[in-house]
Design a protein. Structure first.
Length: 310
């Protein structure tokens, strides 16, 4: 860097500092706004109208549980990149850290636009990239052991729906079945792509008809479902799985039976093809209506069932 360039950089930095000082000594209300006050305003005015209710709830929970306790009382104009870097350094979960950076950076960017700040001090913060954990799915043999183990489970039909539609855990409450067309309509909440249609195989339709005829509701009394899943897996000698593994098993069986990745993207409700490709292997993305019939191949004979409990 030449002397002239160094001088220009120094003048630019000095100018920025003068502006910051002028804000701090100004009686304007912006100089007294805390990070908590701004985040409350940002969530209510900028995020609530734009995102789905569950997403808004998640944003509020992250802000309340992580950002506010540590940085909430700090004035916006006193917030520094060192404060934010230290805040992130104290966190161990890389996924949560990345989500919080996204939220905080967006909120501070809007504060700059609104005249509360001169610079987004979170924009230049560098974090270690979030590494997506490897998805674990049942092998065919493990799937058969799992099906045998759930025969007397209260959540048996719930597990079958997860396993043979690939829905997310929370989506069990937002399903509408069309037996005539052999589809389930999923009113997903994560992205626009999460609102989708997934084919239903005949064995699962039979299970659902009997289930609903008994007065049961897939979306109710599910608080112990994850614990029951772990109990079932222990009985079947299956280790290292979680309820979300049923979704990955569905995706894996689809790919093994030739369902194109592009079609699978739609069934899983991923926002982009890249997300699906990043999680699962590559196949030719040619769409055809006949692909829906391939869902039949991934649903085996489910076998006998115990009487349904009301």
């Amino acid at each position: 860097m030449t002397e002239i360039e160094e001088l220009k950089a120094a003048i630019s930095e000095l100018t920025a500092q003068v502006k910051i000082l002028s804000i701090k000594v100004s009686p304007a209300v912006e100089s007294s706004v805390t990070l908590k006050e701004w985040l409350d305003k940002w969530l209510d005015a900028y995020k609530r109208p734009k995102v789905k209710p569950l997403t808004y709830r998640d944003y509020c929970a992250l802000v309340k549980n992580y950002i506010i306790p540590t940085l909430g009382e700090k004035k916006l104009i006193d917030l520094s990149s060192v404060d934010i870097q230290s805040f992130f350094a104290s966190m161990t979960n890389s996924r949560t850290r990345q989500l919080l950076k996204t939220i905080l950076s967006a909120a501070l960017k809007k504060a700059v636009n609104a005249g509360y700040l001169l610079k987004n001090v979170c924009a230049d913060i560098e974090l270690k990239s979030y590494q997506r954990t490897t998805r674990k799915a049942f092998t065919l043999k493990e799937e058969k052991r799992f099906l045998k183990a759930i025969q007397n489970s209260y959540y048996r039909v719930n597990f079958l729906v997860y396993l043979y539609t690939g829905i997310r855990k929370a989506e069990i409450k937002r399903l509408r079945f069309d037996y005539a067309k052999r589809f389930v309509y999923v009113d997903g909440t994560k992205t626009k792509a999460a609102v989708r249609v997934v084919p239903l195989a005949e064995p699962l339709i039979s299970e659902l008809k009997a289930y609903f005829a008994a007065g049961r509701d897939l979306g109710k009394n599910n608080k112990n479902m994850s614990n029951e899943f772990q109990s079932v897996c222990r009985r079947a000698g299956l280790r290292g799985f979680c309820l979300h593994s049923l979704r990955h098993t569905f995706a894996t069986r689809c790919l093994e039976n030739g369902v194109p990745l592009k079609v699978l993207q739609g069934w899983l409700g991923h926002s982009t093809f890249e997300v699906t490709a990043d999680i699962y292997s590559h196949v030719t993305p040619d769409y055809s209506k006949k692909e829906a019939k391939k869902i039949l191949k991934i649903v085996p004979e489910i076998g006998p069932k115990a009487p349904l409990k009301k």
